[in-house]
Design a protein around this ligand. Structure first.
Ligand SMILES: C[S@@+](CC[C@H](N)C(=O)[O-])C[C@H]1O[C@@H](n2cnc3c(N)ncnc32)[C@H](O)[C@@H]1O
Length: 321
């Protein structure tokens, strides 16, 4: 199957070609004239840049998906690089410390991460231990998102997981989210007001409550409308919508410091939140803006197999299956 553009971050010639179609250059911020979302083209390591993006505002929800210090798809790129653990942890410390000052007194902070099973599961445990330094944050949950496609050899368990850490500051809003998986099993009998009742009678919903293991989010692939060709680490929109719905209310300002394909911006637009997002690469900042514009114009959540840069006539074979 073909997508109209190949993975962008690992192709320097393609990047060079696309740059001239990007409206932001490093240091710029795009402000949405309709709802006030922002897309920055800023380096999260720079506090002054974050200050400029936030412009005195605080967020109720920071939901960020940094590079995981894992070689993605066998390519090491400026956007998604694998480096030594010390360098990665310095990077993590920098961006987390640049994000914390902009958390509201009552707010949630979600961080997507990976664990390299070939390299002592780094960086997940190192990151968790680092987070203990920030006493204003409380660890709340360790979510695992199950991918549908796995990887690994015949001599190991197939790997299908992505991790997300959930922290809170103060006492933020939290709404229980239900999956669309119906409850089928009866059980967990309890006596309530003298009557023995099962879980279905007591339940607030006929569907299963979302736990911290997510099996209900379809991994993005080329045939899905939300697919953004050229983006290699796109999160399922549903996984971000779950976070946005659970940890913010309409009108709240939410932040995602690593936009890539702009998933959090679309989730926020759909759910009536204001989103400040950011990517230090002008190409992914541009894709993020274009994805929003396309959603508003056509109601499409992504580009499916279409090229987000129709200005260029390229018909590479997709590396995403
Ligand atoms: C894992 S991807 C985010 C994927 C995103 N959640 C999505 O659904 O498309 C990480 C992104 O962070 C960006 N990035 C890496 N280092 C950065 C930095 N120092 N400052 C800002 N953005 C950075 C990369 O360009 C990449 O697009």
């Amino acid at each position: 199957m073909k997508e109209k553009i190949q993975r962008i971050d690992s192709n320097p010639e393609l990047k060079q070609l696309l740059l001239k179609y990007c409206r932001l250059k490093p240091g710029d911020i795009w402000v949405d004239p309709i709802k006030g979302h922002k897309v920055g083209c800023l380096d999260v390591r720079n506090f002054e840049s974050m200050n400029k993006l936030m412009d005195g505002k605080k967020t109720k929800l920071n939901c960020s998906d940094p590079p995981y210090n894992i070689e993605v798809g066998g390519e090491n790129t400026v956007n998604l690089s694998e480096t030594d653990l010390e360098t990665y942890m310095n990077f993590s410390k920098q961006w987390v410390e640049n994000a914390i000052p902009f958390l509201d007194d009552n707010s949630s902070f979600y961080i997507w991460l990976g664990a390299d099973q070939k390299k002592d599961y780094q960086p997940l445990p190192d990151f968790m231990i680092m987070m203990r330094n920030y006493k204003e944050l409380q660890s709340r949950s360790f979510i695992t998102l199950r991918n549908q496609r796995g990887y690994g050899t015949q001599k190991n368990w197939m790997s299908v997981r992505q991790e997300c850490l959930y922290y809170t500051k103060g006492d933020p809003f939290f709404k229980v989210i239900y999956t669309d998986i119906p409850k089928i099993l009866k059980g967990y009998y309890k006596t309530v007001d003298g009557q023995v009742v099962d879980n279905q009678t007591r339940s607030k919903s006929e569907f299963i409550r979302s736990s911290n293991v997510w099996v209900d989010c379809q991994q993005v692939f080329y045939r899905m409308h939300e697919n953004v060709p050229g983006c290699y680490t796109q999160k399922p929109l549903k996984s971000i919508e779950k976070i946005v719905e659970a940890s913010s209310v309409e009108g709240d300002l939410i932040v995602d410091l690593f936009a890539h394909s702009g998933t959090t911006l679309i989730a926020g637009e759909k759910l009536n939140r204001i989103v400040y997002t950011n990517d230090f690469d002008p190409i992914f900042a541009e894709i993020t803006i274009r994805r929003l514009e396309r959603y508003r114009m056509l109601g499409e959540e992504g580009f499916q197999e279409r090229n987000p840069f129709p200005e260029i006539e390229i018909d590479f074979v997709s590396e995403k299956l």
